[in-house]
Design a binder for this molecule. Structure first.
Ligand code: ADP
Ligand code: MG
Length: 589
């Protein structure tokens, strides 16, 4: 993580301490307290919605589980706050896990709809249970105390809630800058890529859903003791939308967006409620109208939220280079030169009536570069998708290193050392080149969420960064490591994809049209990299349209046409073959 970002965290803590010492009026302390509670809930939403692209309207319901657990257990059983916290978090975690496993496979609009549905049902459950006081809720909780000191109201509560908020922000910052964090950031737009790098994307979706729910539950626990009462209206769909609103206003892409959004919405809400009726000379919830207009304007002119302004002012942060003393990641044992690495036997893929890949068979041996060519639509990319498990086979078998891999998930095939690039570059555009390439090392490392949050992953992180940098230098991108990936020209993006695949220490590399869209000099650079990999003994299966490149680097070439195997041979044999000429020229000789 960058030094600047770490330094920001300390500045924020200092501001919190300062605020707690200032003689602020009670009204403003109350605003800060609510801001802290809301921001804690919004932090999880940033992770879920902003970072991972999973829109949830159900966050308020998790706040409710935390709040009701605290209220019911302390009123009926007399349990202390520590115990109700642990119980609330456990209950929330388990329910989020169950709901997540059921709903997170839903795609598109179905997921947000599902979160609305269960947010509503939980609201009506709370409102209808006699034991929970129906729509009146539960009242009469004691305030929080610590060693006999009252900390449940005013400034004491500010210190408690904002400390928790700060700790949660620090933990999530650590998380997002780690091995699991990079996988989480790939969930929004890069799921197929992440799976091809060995990432269990569904597992991470469930994990962050649980984390977000637990943060909301802690906020609910705090809220119950602060208000000394709970009732369902604070946990219904209206609040589910409200939290999402705060995140969008503040900036869904950044953890600080949660802080800013919660604060701005809370303060504006109070002020507008006080002033608008006076100004207009009639009573009513006019603030809702203002918020509606505000949301539309922000979505139109500042879709990244208000925090993006602050971010512009702060400037770019770079990861501090601290990995010179890193241990080298473990390497795979490679097959001996000439051994069969990949054995493809009669693989077939039908899309409805179209047979895109029709009983294709070929082999790749260790140290070989094999070309797979054919006119557009011949089925080359589909063949790649079948070999790598990205698409399920209709028939046929694939053996990798002598082991059957047909029927396995893409991520499990990737873990065995079969790595690929994509015909259309797949990356996390807003992440640095270095972080993008580091995803390639996912299957060679094991640090998970807890080790990231507790910073037990530092050694492994250094090793991953060192490896990513080494691979970037290997493909000639050593000067670009801190650049944002989206800013790279096409040629460099393709090289970055190759570096990412190399980061996994692959036994076999599958490259899908690496020269497509490259300019002359970029192509020369790619050729240099391929020749270098060849001299290092890397096994490669290469799909490419640029014949000069294919003929130059490949030892064997397999030709396909309309999904069917045409021929194979050395570059000279293939070039001389009338069938191949006909396929490319579209004429029979
Ligand atoms: P190539 O990479 O050789 O240009 P592809 O493998 O992309 O060819 O496509 C082979 C054929 O399969 C094409 O006719 C294409 O339209 C079809 N195809 C590819 N993917 C799908 C899909 N997901 N659904 C339906 N048809 C597909
Ligand atoms: Mg293709």
């Amino acid at each position: 993580m960058s030094r600047l970002r770490r330094y920001n965290l300390w500045v924020v803590l200092a501001v919190i301490v300062l605020l707690s010492l200032l003689p602020l009026p009670a009204f403003w302390v109350a605003q800060l307290n609510y801001t802290g509670l809301f921001a804690l809930t919004c932090l999880g939403l940033v992770l879920l919605t902003g970072v991972a692209g999973l829109t949830s309207f159900g966050q308020a319901a998790f706040v409710g589980i935390g709040a009701y657990t605290a209220a019911w257990c302390s009123l009926n059983l007399g349990w202390p706050p520590t115990v109700t916290l642990i119980l609330g978090v456990t209950l929330t975690g388990v329910s989020a896990w169950v709901i997540g496993r059921i709903t997170l496979r839903l795609s598109g609009h179905y997921l947000p709809l599902a979160t609305i549905a269960w947010g509503l049902s939980l609201y009506y459950l709370m409102g209808n249970l006699e034991a929970l006081g129906k729509y009146d809720g539960l009242i009469g909780l004691n305030s929080l105390t610590l060693f006999g000191h009252e900390i449940g109201q005013g400034r004491g509560f500010f210190v408690v809630s904002w400390s928790l908020l700060w700790v949660a922000t620090v933990a999530l910052t650590f998380l997002l800058n780690s091995r699991p964090g990079r996988a989480i950031r790939a969930l929004k737009d890069g799921r197929q890529m992440a799976e091809a790098m060995g990432v269990d994307t569904f597992g991470y979706k469930v994990t962050i859903f649980v984390i977000a729910a637990v943060l909301a539950s802690v906020a609910g626990w705090l809220m119950a003791y602060y208000q000394r009462a709970v009732n369902p209206s604070a946990f219904g769909l209206k609040w589910g939308i409200e939290y999402l609103f705060m995140v969008v206003v503040g900036g869904a892409g950044s953890l600080w967006g949660a802080w800013l959004g919660a604060g701005v919405v809370r303060v504006l809400d109070e002020q507008l409620q006080a002033w608008l009726p006076q100004l207009l000379g009639m009573s009513g919830s006019f603030e809702s109208i203002v918020f509606g207009v505000m949301l539309v304007l922000i979505l139109k002119y500042r879709p990244d939220g208000l925090w993006s302004w602050v971010q512009q002012g702060l400037g770019k942060t770079e990861r501090t280079r601290d990995w010179d003393d890193a241990d080298v990641l473990t390497q795979r044992t490679k097959p001996a030169m000439g051994d069969v690495v990949l054995d493809v036997q009669k693989i077939r893929k039908s899309f409805g009536g179209l047979v895109a890949v029709n009983d294709i068979s070929f082999q790749v041996r260790a140290g070989q570069i094999v070309g797979l060519i054919g006119p557009n639509g011949a089925g080359k990319s589909t063949t790649f998708n079948l070999i790598t498990g990205t698409l399920p086979l209709s028939a046929g078998e694939v053996y990798f290193g002598g082991q059957p891999v047909h029927g396995l998930h893409a991520r499990d095939i990737a873990k065995r050392g079969l790595m690929r690039t994509f015909q259309h570059v797949k990356m996390i555009p807003e992440m640095s080149v270095l972080d993008n390439v580091a995803i390639g090392a996912h299957s060679r490392s094991k640090g998970e969420v807890f080790s990231a949050i507790l910073r037990r992953n530092r050694g492994e992180e250094k090793s991953i960064m060192a490896e990513a940098e080494r691979q970037l230098k290997r493909v000639g991108l050593g000067d670009w490591i801190h650049e944002q990936a989206a800013n790279l020209p096409m040629g460099q993006q393709r090289l970055m994809e190759i570096a990412r695949a190399l980061c996994a220490d692959p036994t076999l590399l599958l490259l899908d049209e690496p020269a497509a869209g490259l300019r002359y000099l970029e192509k020369q650079e790619l050729m240099r990299v391929l020749r270098q990999l060849q001299s290092e003994g890397m096994s490669i299966l290469l799909v490419e349209h640029d014949m000069d490149l294919v003929m130059d680097v490949c030892e064997t070439i397999v030709v396909m046409e309309f999904g069917t195997y045409l021929t194979q041979g050395t570059p000279d044999e293939v070039q001389a073959d009338p069938k191949v000429r006909a396929a490319y020229l579209g004429t029979e000789h």
